[in-house]
Design a protein around this ligand. Structure first.
Ligand code: SF4
Length: 195
C-alpha cells in the first residue's frame, strides 16, 4: 500500500504546471513555518487526511487523455516516504509529473527527480533572510543543494519566490535574484504575496 498522506486535492488546474492541464495533490506535512504560508492546515505531519491515495488513483483513471499531468504540492511532498511510488503509479497512467518543493530535502529530491518532468522550486529569500522567512536556521543550504541537483538533472524547472513586502524590500529581492543567478539558476519568477 502506497503511503501518502493527502491534505487536499484539486481535480483541475491550468496554473500549477505551466502549459499543462493538471490535477494537484496536496501532501500533508511541512517542517518549516513560513509566516505567510497559505496552507497552514497542511503543516502538521499527522494532520487529517482529506483523501485516500487509492481514491485519487481511481479518479485519475477517469481523467486519462483529459489531463496532461499531476502535480505533487504541499506541504512539502518530499517529506513523504511514499512519494516515489505514487509518482510511478501516476506515470503508469500516462500523466506527466510536476513537483512543487521548497527544496529542503535534497537527498529525497534526488530520488524522485528521475520520475519528475517539471519542478517549481520555491526560493524564499536571500540567504541572510532565509531563517527569518522559514523559521529554521541555515535553511538556505538545502535549497541551494536542491537547485544544484535540479540543474544537473536537466529537468525543466522554475525557481520562484513569493514576495512578502513585510519581510523583504526591493533590495532584498534584487539580491535574491543575484544569488540565484550566481548559483547558475534560471530566471527567478516573483509572485506577490496575497494577504
Ligand atoms: S515551506 Fe511552503 S508549506 Fe512549508 S511553511 Fe513554508 S510556505 Fe508553508
Amino acid at each position: 500500500m502506497t503511503q501518502l498522506r493527502i491534505g487536499g486535492f484539486v481535480p483541475f488546474t491550468t496554473t500549477d504546471y505551466p502549459g499543462h492541464l493538471a490535477a494537484v495533490v496536496f501532501c500533508q506535512g511541512c517542517p518549516w513555518r513560513c509566516g505567510y504560508c497559505h496552507n497552514p492546515h497542511l503543516l502538521p505531519v499527522d494532520g487529517s487526511e482529506s483523501h485516500a491515495w487509492i481514491d485519487i488513483l481511481a479518479f485519475l483513471e477517469t481523467r486519462r487523455g483529459l489531463l496532461d499531468a499531476v502535480v505533487f504540492s504541499g506541504g512539502e511532498p518530499t517529506l513523504q516516504k511514499g512519494l516515489a511510488e505514487a509518482m510511478e503509479q501516476v506515470r503508469t497512467l500516462g500523466f506527466k509529473i510536476g513537483l512543487h518543493t521548497a527544496g529542503m530535502y535534497p537527498r529525497r529530491l534526488a530520488r524522485v527527480l528521475p520520475l519528475t518532468d517539471w519542478v517549481g522550486l520555491d526560493i524564499k529569500a536571500p540567504r541572510h533572510l532565509y531563517a527569518r522567512v522559514t523559521g529554521i536556521p541555515d535553511s538556505a543550504d538545502s535549497v541551494y543543494a536542491s537547485l544544484g541537483l535540479i540543474q544537473a538533472s536537466g529537468i525543466d524547472y522554475q525557481p520562484r519566490c513569493t514576495w512578502h513586502k513585510g519581510l523583504m524590500n526591493e533590495t532584498d529581492i534584487a539580491r535574491l535574484g543575484e544569488e540565484v543567478r550566481a548559483a547558475g539558476g534560471a530566471r527567478l519568477a516573483i509572485q506577490d504575496h496575497r494577504a
